[in-house]
Design a protein around this ligand. Structure first.
Ligand code: PLP
Length: 417
């Protein structure tokens, strides 16, 4: 008997989709309205918002808004038409690539239309059936999906565990000697859920013992980490050991697009072999010219990163002093780890949003282990110390209610807007 695909999918909505009827529009797919910033409208009321990766506050920076608008007025959204290889290249795209390469200290850069498909496609282009990928167990979905296209072997090492990486590199080396292939290690600069940094310097040091190339996804580190904001490689003083450096414009740059920095030869290879770029339209001008402006601000306004870190330190120190478990973050990503069921998580979040007017992301199983509730805060340069104080006080109140069982209910909170 041949099954009906539609029947199968609608009966099996998945671990998040199974809550859709209760959660949609409130816990999932919420609408944050008004200008992007620490105070936004949600469900008809102003909330203090900690849920956006607008780390440097560039989303609404007047110079950024003007650059985007001027580019849209001059070029519209369509130009340039076609993929860059065929008809969609421009001087602005090439300028942005040069500016990015100078900033991160790599000889060359290729622009990507989106980070997710860019990582998938870069992995696909770089490795073949003889090559072996060794990757961190907590890698972002785009890395995992890139590996789905890989028909050679892969080895997973325990998250940020150098001993485990060494073990997997030993297996990979033995295998590569047989296949005649190479080895690519893939990890992240900043892990976006826990806020921990990839141990890049220690991974790079393993090059003394093993022969491999290192691919780093630094989506959360670019703009936030390192002396100049050039990312986690700069922070750990090992940028030269990162062979393929990736970041997205979706976070500190508050835009759309992404890029990879590497040697001129590898970038040339990617330009002519990355299917996601060869067969897809180039970034439109407002995103390209707008990104040139954003990068200029990151380069020339160190106060943006200083402000971010002032808020990060106040928030993380304040939460720790108040007795909260914020894990092992050493970056702006601030997880607050609590214990409770999924229904408790929804009732607590509802209370936090409706009665304390604070909006942050809520993360539950399967993203974190069963029984853990993670409230994830993303501080930005445009938050204030008063915002931090208000939030810590609210968190103390909801933790007390959680621990004393006040959110204990069987059913999820249903909050239809
Ligand atoms: C670690 C990481 N890599 C890649 C991406 C994907 O980037 P984009 O949003 O540009 O597709 C994200 C999320 O934005 C991310 O957090």
């Amino acid at each position: 008997m041949v099954n009906d695909i539609f029947k199968k999918v609608v009966n099996r909505m998945g671990p998040l989709g199974e809550h859709a009827d209760d959660a949609h529009g409130y816990f999932t797919f919420p609408k944050l309205e008004g200008p992007i910033g620490p105070r936004m409208m949600f469900n008809g009321k102003m909330k203090l918002n900690w849920s956006l990766n607008n780390y440097l506050g560039l989303a609404n920076h007047p110079e950024v808004m003007k650059a985007d608008a001027d580019a849209a007025a001059q070029f519209g959204m369509a130009y340039p038409m076609g993929a860059r290889m065929m008809s969609g290249n421009s001087n602005y795209h090439e300028q942005l690539e040069r500016d990015l390469a100078d900033f991160i200290g790599k000889p060359d850069v290729i622009l990507l239309n989106f980070g997710y498909q860019g990582v998938v496609s870069a992995i696909d282009a770089l490795v073949d059936r003889h090559d072996i990928i060794v990757y961190d167990a907590e890698s972002h979905a785009c890395i995992i999906d890139g590996m789905r296209l890989h028909i050679g072997k892969r080895f997973m090492y325990q998250h940020n565990n150098i001993e485990s990486l060494e073990k997997q590199l030993t297996h990979a080396t033995k295998l590569a000697e047989k296949t005649g292939g190479g080895i690519m290690v893939i990890t992240e600069g900043v892990f976006g859920m826990s806020g921990s940094q990839g141990k890049l310097k220690e991974v790079v040091a393993l090059k003394e013992k093993f022969n491999f190339r290192l691919f780093v996804d630094d989506a959360h580190g670019f703009g936030t980490m390192g002396k100049t904001g050039a990312g986690t490689g700069e922070e750990q003083n090992c940028m030269d050991g990162i062979d393929v450096y990736f970041s997205t414009f979706a976070k500190s740059m508050a835009g759309i697009g992404a890029f990879i920095g590497s040697t001129p030869e590898v970038i040339k290879y990617l330009r002519y072999n990355m299917r996601s770029q060869i067969y897809a339209k180039a970034l439109p001008m407002p995103l390209t010219i707008g990104s040139i402006k954003r990068l200029e601000l990151i380069r020339t306004r160190p106060e943006l990163k200083d402000n971010l870190w002032k808020i990060v330190n106040a928030l993380q120190n304040g939460l720790r002093e108040a007795g909260f478990n914020i894990g092992i973050t050493t970056t702006p990503v601030t997880p607050v780890l609590l214990n409770g069921t999924i229904p408790e998580a929804t009732h607590m979040t509802f209370d936090l949003r409706e009665n304390f007017d604070i909006f942050c992301s809520i993360v539950v199983y399967p993203v974190v282990p069963k029984g853990v509730i993670m409230l994830r805060l993303i501080p930005t340069a445009v938050h204030t110390l008063e915002d931090v104080e208000e939030t810590i006080n609210a968190f103390k109140a909801i933790k007390h209610k959680l621990d004393s069982g006040q959110y204990r209910q069987e059913k999820l909170a249903t909050a239809k807007p």
